[in-house]
Design a protein around this ligand. Structure first.
Ligand code: F0G
Length: 466
């Protein structure tokens, strides 16, 4: 059980380009501090010559390697040997045509698709990446794994630890900053849960220090192996579209791991010659946590292969600190001001001719309610993608005939507090949870009808409201 000999780690900065062994545990380049990629020698690893050839793996569902929605694309992330793979059946997710939601977004019937990553074992897309990070962690002999989290990474880590018994989980969360659905998962799965005063950005800085001093394996998306697993979300989207890339991928942006992974997936598919066209990428920030939007759209910071983006980033963080400004949004999963994958995301935007938008909590909650009425539902952060697609359509950047894929990153049951506050008849509850965040209306609320326990009254109410 080991790691393959055609993969290595490489600094993303062209000035540096330092390389490291695949068995090294690093969260930044040991020479210049920039982010790291997992890189493959495709000549040696010999990936298939057409994406269509992945379809045959469906016939081998008795093999855990091919059952997993991550590892059935093993040839596109071949950093472990096949016997080293850790899987709990992640990635059994679907792309669905969303005609019920298409009029809301403003695209033609048959052109809007939702990728339901909430259908993963722990209820979010994180399991794609966790399976890959766990595979690496086990191969390098890690016994403890840690993360800072807005809730989903921690739920995923805790689940992989509980289900595989390979490692013990240590999670850092900002106190009061994660939804009960997610916190309850981590507690039930038995993770050591450290609630620190502060928010995700504070927790992220601390967990890095703790991992360094205690030699604990860090599974946040600064870990390049996490992103290898998340590339497969794009492979499944392509698979569902008969390997024909859509016009747009729209994804919420928090720590910017997903968007970075998607860009890497498409860049590699181009490089290997498995696609000849990449979709455009739209990354959607919440307006109260909009670092990427501010830097990319307002200050026009662009990808520079040599390490050249960090000064704009640092200047902005200094401004935030001076103003005492913290991230604030009902979409707690993306309540992040210091996205660790900022540079990789700029690279993804470059590869995919990307755009960035910010959407308000009002837009996010309205879009979430519409996603619910149209299908399987999602948590607030995920709905940012739909709200963002609607915005881009209104601006004419997305055309009504474009094929648009919105990534729904987390399950609807992750954050029942936000959902209930939107649909409540209790104005105080609405004001407490949502009004305090600038949400004024619940235009798509579906309020429960209170009736006495009396047959005639019940029938009357049904006739009145149906
Ligand atoms: N959507 C959901 C449901 C998330 O949980 C996250 C991130 C994102 C979107 C943003 O993704 O970081 O790749 O840009 N959640 C992390 C966590 C930060 O700790 O669970 P990203």
């Amino acid at each position: 059980m080991s790691l393959s000999d055609f993969a290595y780690q490489k600094c993303i900065s062209a000035n540096c380009g330092a390389t490291f062994g695949i068995d090294e545990v690093l969260i930044a380049c040991a020479q210049c501090g920039d982010l790291l990629d997992v890189v493959y020698d495709w000549e040696k690893s010999q990936p298939p010559s057409s994406l269509k050839s992945f379809e045959k793996h469906w016939q081998r569902r008795d093999d855990p390697l091919r059952f997993s929605g991550v590892w059935r694309f093993y040839e596109l992330l071949p950093f472990p040997t096949t016997d080293a793979v850790v899987s709990i059946g992640e990635g059994q997710t679907v792309l669905q045509t969303a005609d019920g939601l298409a009029p809301y977004v403003g695209v033609d019937p048959g052109r809007l698709f939702l990728q339901y990553e909430g259908l993963n074992p722990s209820g979010s897309f994180k399991d794609n990446g966790m399976s890959a990070a766990f595979t690496h962690a086990r191969a390098v002999g890690a016994r403890r794994a840690a993360c800072a989290s807005t809730g989903n990474t921690s739920a995923s880590l805790a689940m992989y630890c509980a289900a595989t018994r390979l490692m013990k989980a240590l999670i850092f969360i900002g106190s009061g900053k994660i939804s009960y659905g997610k916190l309850s998962q981590a507690l039930d799965y038995g993770a050591l849960t450290v609630q620190i005063t502060g928010d995700f950005d504070d927790a992220m800085m601390r967990v890095k220090e703790v991992c360094q001093s205690l030699g604990i394996y860090l599974v946040n998306s600064v870990n390049p192996f996490r992103l290898e697993g998340q590339k497969t979300i794009m492979y499944r989207v392509l698979e569902a579209l008969n390997w024909d890339p859509p016009d747009w991928i729209v994804v919420p942006g928090g720590n910017l791991g997903n968007s970075s992974a998607f860009g890497k997936a498409f860049a590699e598919l181009l490089e290997i010659g498995l696609i000849d066209r990449v979709p455009r990428l739209a990354v959607i920030n919440a307006a109260g946590a909009n670092t990427l939007y501010e830097l990319f759209e307002r200050r026009k910071v662009r990808w520079q292969a040599s390490q050249g983006n960090t000064s704009a980033e640092c200047d902005y963080y200094r401004e935030l600190d001076a103003a005492g400004q913290k991230a604030q949004t009902i979409a707690s999963a993306i309540e992040i001001n210091r996205p660790v994958n900022f540079r990789k995301c700029l690279r993804a935007l470059d590869v995919c001719d990307g755009v960035v938008r910010e959407v308000t909590d009002q837009e996010i909650l309205d879009a979430k309610a519409q996603v619910g009425t149209a299908g399987l539902g999602c948590e607030p952060a995920s709905a940012a993608s739909v709200a963002g697609a609607k915005r881009l359509r209104e601006e004419g950047i997305i055309a009504s005939s474009d094929r648009v894929v919105c990534i729904l990153t987390g399950h609807m049951l992750k954050d029942p507090t936000a959902t209930m506050a939107y649909h409540t008849t209790d104005q105080d509850e609405f004001n407490r949870v949502l009004g305090s965040r600038g949400v004024r209306r619940a235009s798509f609320a579906n309020r429960a009808v209170a009736v006495p326990n009396d047959l005639d009254e019940i029938i009357k109410a049904i006739q009145l409201y149906s």
